[in-house]
Write a protein that binds this ligand. Structure first.
Ligand code: SAH
Length: 374
């Protein structure tokens, strides 16, 4: 069978090479990119400036195939969430968050996640596989098409954050290629500070990212000391906070004007005390970083609760008084489970983590059964 190539898998260089392989000039690739990413066209027949023979040849060897939409939900606050089918058993979620001066798209990088952070719903689901470049940039393409992202001046998607399902630095090549399409003038044309990759702290890949890509970095910190962070983010066992912050300092040194965002999800009685806020202040001294406080978003079966509003304010005040730029990320799209840490998609888990999680949830819901069994 003749398998057609999905053109969404190529960045600009890759697409030029593909056209060269067809015996075509490189500028043909540029024309096609404009059709795909500026005009959101997926039908070669409509690409009128390509010339008839190329227009007829392309559908035989290539497709422009974004992921398949399975569900489209709108929140009362304007947030939108799409469930996008990636293959027969799997789907991921993509979220659009409109604000008065910008529109942010939150994009997934993997089907599920292998990191198992205790407070993240995606983590309870287990992991299936990495997304292909086409499946990552295809989320942006689909959202842009749905939102009518027409002109460059009035675009609806002004920012992309790799903060959906998965750990983007563990799917390095595909994520970097997709981010290059987000940034390319022939792609979505976003400025480097408007494309953000968030990582739980895969230290060697932070260095590699600094070498190959020009994007903003966000780091999921969530605790100022190793003991607590290891409980919340098991990856911390492999690379502790000192190593992580050293890598952040190196990343920042590469990009003089950039600031790194540190995400800190506030959980009641877990990581929201004034003592911890002061520890965090000390950690922030050596870096050009700002802190993004995220009130914990609950999901079924979680043991954690959101910090009280007073605790959130007090935590923020300690940081601000010490001169650390600190924002509270307002929860959006909660009514459609589209807030940070609530993305689930549909993951054919290969780690058995989902089954384990279900067992834990059931045991917690029926303590007497557990007591009898013991
Ligand atoms: N794996 C990457 C990308 C996910 S980003 C990373 O860890 O950075 C999603 C952000 O939301 C992360 O900072 C994550 O820690 C945070 N988060 C996860 N679960 C959450 C929850 N239940 N409530 C609030 N924030 C959460």
């Amino acid at each position: 069978m003749n398998v057609r190539t999905n053109l969404l898998d190529f960045d600009r260089d890759g697409l030029r090479a593909f056209f060269a392989g067809l015996g075509e000039k490189p500028y043909r690739a540029d024309q096609v990119m404009k059709w795909i990413y500026h005009r959101l066209e997926s039908d070669f027949g409509a690409m009128t400036d390509l010339g008839k023979s190329l227009r007829e040849k392309l559908p035989e060897v290539a497709v422009i195939a974004p992921p398949r939409p399975l569900l489209d939900k709108a929140s009362s606050d304007g947030t939108r969430k799409w469930l996008l089918g990636m293959d027969a058993g799997n789907a991921v979620e993509t979220v659009y968050i409109p604000e008065p001066t910008r529109g942010t798209l939150c994009v997934s990088s993997q089907i599920g996640c292998g990191l198992n952070c205790r407070f993240c719903s995606t983590g309870t689901q287990g992991f299936n596989r990495n997304l292909a470049t086409s499946e990552i940039i295809g989320q942006v393409w689909h959202a842009a098409k749905q939102l009518g992202n027409v002109t460059h001046r009035q675009r609806r998607i002004t920012n992309v954050v790799m903060m959906g399902m998965g750990e983007p630095l563990l799917n390095f090549d595909n994520v970097v290629r997709a981010m290059s399409l987000m940034r390319d003038d022939l792609g979505f044309g976003l400025a480097s500070k408007r494309v953000t990759l968030s990582t739980a702290g895969v230290v060697p890949m932070i260095d590699k990212l600094g070498e190959v890509a020009d994007v903003s970095l966000a780091v999921s910190l969530h605790a100022p000391n190793d003991e607590l962070r290891t409980q919340l983010v098991p990856l911390n066992k492999r690379w502790g906070i000192d190593e992580l912050l050293d890598a952040c300092a190196r990343y920042a040194a590469h990009k003089p004007r950039s600031t790194i965002t540190f995400e800190y999800t506030l959980m009641k009685g877990v990581n929201d005390t004034p003592v911890l806020a002061k520890q965090l202040v000390k950690r922030m001294r050596r870096l050009p970083g700002k802190v993004n406080l995220i009130p914990f978003n609950p999901f079924p079966g979680t043991q954690y609760e959101r910090s009280d509003e007073t605790a959130i304010r007090a935590f923020q005040t300690i940081l601000l008084d010490a001169g650390v730029q600190t924002m509270v990320r307002r929860t959006r799209g909660e009514d459609i489970d589209a807030a940070c840490g609530q993305l689930k998609g549909k993951v054919a888990d290969r780690t058995r983590r989902h089954a384990e999680f279900q067992r834990r949830v059931e045991a917690a819901a029926q303590p007497e059964v557990q007591a009898h069994a013991a």
